[in-house]
Design a protein around this ligand. Structure first.
Ligand SMILES: Cc1cc2nc3c(=O)[nH]c(=O)nc-3n(C[C@H](O)[C@H](O)[C@H](O)COP(=O)(O)OP(=O)(O)OC[C@H]3O[C@@H](n4cnc5c(N)ncnc54)[C@H](O)[C@@H]3O)c2cc1C
Length: 399
């Protein structure tokens, strides 16, 4: 990959950074404390066209790729809006990137213009209480309802439960991962997955979908919820990809998710390093800035180096995805290293600020909480290491 970013990506980085600069750390901390969506910022991003980047131009979007989307997310997080990564993972990620690659013409015409303008929001339902990281074992089922017709045109009825589903309270659509063949009967075990586009508002109104927000430690700008499906009706034309063949589509959802999350991690590391370095330059103890002490300076420099490496890997993974080339291993490495850089930056920022790190006067306590979950989601550090071990080193599967 060329070391120069394409002009389109530089324009995105600068454009999003200019919008994000209007919303300082205090704004994000207020949204977090008041548990409220950053509506003003979201509207500004939408008006600038920064949310519809990856929607093709014929549907009103920017006609750009995952690289530009990832860079937008990075710029937003670097401004201090670290929970803002969810916005990019959910809408340009689960929504626009998935539909652009796998949606039917009808689905694209119905949904992509709203994603381009920011009016439409998405959620993604994969995780289940009894399956966790072992997605193969999910049990939410989609069965045909024979009373609605015959063959491929028959509606599906979705039954089951998901956990930790973000943004369902606001979402118009959910990409729901279901099983049309139970795990025990599927051969191979990856067969029998079907991805469905659930009209969330319609299902809520019908009383077939309900949710319970989970009280959580951070990222409180939106809910993450338990979701219950009680025969949610989904017309056959809302299948994403092919019935029973959803596992292939799923990887085109999970890889962009990892890459955008990695970009968010890189931006979050930038944000924490900025706060730490500014404090270390200013704060004087024993008659000199604390940043002159190598025990303060070197860890920050080390994390800065890791952040730069994670940034490159994130761009590479996004670029590969945009070329239609395999990007799973690169997405894993990007996600692993970016989440580590982000966490180490937040932790070291905490150390650098001394007692003041614990004060709400500074944003470090929020950055610290947001960064920690990046090691566990969207896929845990252990599972990413297991993938790297098997796919890049040819080692035996450990799970
Ligand atoms: C704030 C938040 C938002 C989320 N949003 C969404 C969302 O919008 N949509 C969605 O579908 N999901 C969402 N999730 C769920 C998230 O993707 C999962 O929490 C994550 O994938 C880990 O799964 P788990 O919590 O079930 O952990 P578990 O699978 O129970 O694992 C627990 C621990 O055991 C380790 N472990 C398990 N098996 C092995 C093994 N074989 N080898 C080594 N270690 C192992 C894991 O690495 C982990 O550390 C969200 C979670 C959070 C916290």
């Amino acid at each position: 990959m060329d070391f120069d970013l394409p002009e389109s990506a530089v324009a995105v980085r600068d454009g999003v950074a200019a919008v994000a600069a209007k919303y300082d750390h205090a704004y994000w901390s207020r949204c977090e404390d008041e548990k409220r969506y950053p509506t003003e910022l979201y509207r500004d991003l939408a008006e600038g066209g920064w949310l519809g980047l990856s929607v093709p131009e014929e549907y009103g979007g920017g006609g750009q790729g995952l690289l530009e989307t990832a860079i937008a997310c990075e710029a937003l997080c670097a401004s201090g809006g670290t929970a803002g990564a969810f916005i990019y993972v959910l809408n340009p990620g689960f929504g626009a990137t998935t539909l652009t690659r796998h949606g039917t013409e009808e689905q694209k015409q119905q949904i992509l213009p709203g994603l381009a303008s920011g009016e439409v929001q998405f959620s993604f339902g994969l995780t289940e209480p009894d399956a966790g990281s072992n997605a193969i074992e999910i049990s939410t089922s989609a069965r045909r309802d024979p009373s609605t017709g015959s063959g491929r045109a028959t509606d599906f009825l979705v039954k089951g439960q998901k956990v930790w589903i973000s943004n369902v309270e606001r979402a118009d659509w959910m990409v729901a991962v279901t099983r049309t063949i139970p795990a025990a009967e599927a051969r191979p075990r990856t067969a029998g997955f079907t991805l469905l586009l659930i009209d969330v508002k319609e299902a809520l109104a019908a009383g077939t979908l309900s949710y319970t927000p989970i009280p959580k430690m951070g990222s409180n700008i939106l809910y993450s919820s338990q979701v219950f499906f009680d025969d949610v009706r989904v017309p056959a034309h809302r299948v994403l990809g092919e019935v029973d063949e959803g596992f292939r589509v799923l990887w085109d959802v999970l890889n962009p998710e990892r890459i955008i999350a990695a970009a968010g991690g890189v931006g979050s590391a930038d944000a924490a390093l900025d706060v730490a370095a500014a404090y270390a330059r200013d704060r004087e103890v024993f008659g000199r800035p604390i940043g002159a002490n190598q025990s303060i300076q070197f860890p920050l420099a080390q994390i800065k180096a890791k952040t730069e490496l994670a940034r490159l890997m994130t761009y590479k993974a996004a670029w590969l995805f945009d070329q239609g080339r395999p990007c799973g291993s690169e997405a894993d490495v990007a996600k692993l290293t970016a989440s580590q850089a982000s966490w180490e930056a937040a932790d070291q920022a905490f150390q650098t600020l001394g007692g003041m790190a614990y004060s709400k006067e500074y944003p470090v306590e929020r950055l610290f909480r947001d960064a920690r979950i990046g090691k566990n989601i969207p896929v845990s550090e252990q599972m990413v290491l297991a993938h790297i071990g098997t796919s890049m080193l040819g080692l035996p599967k450990s799970y």
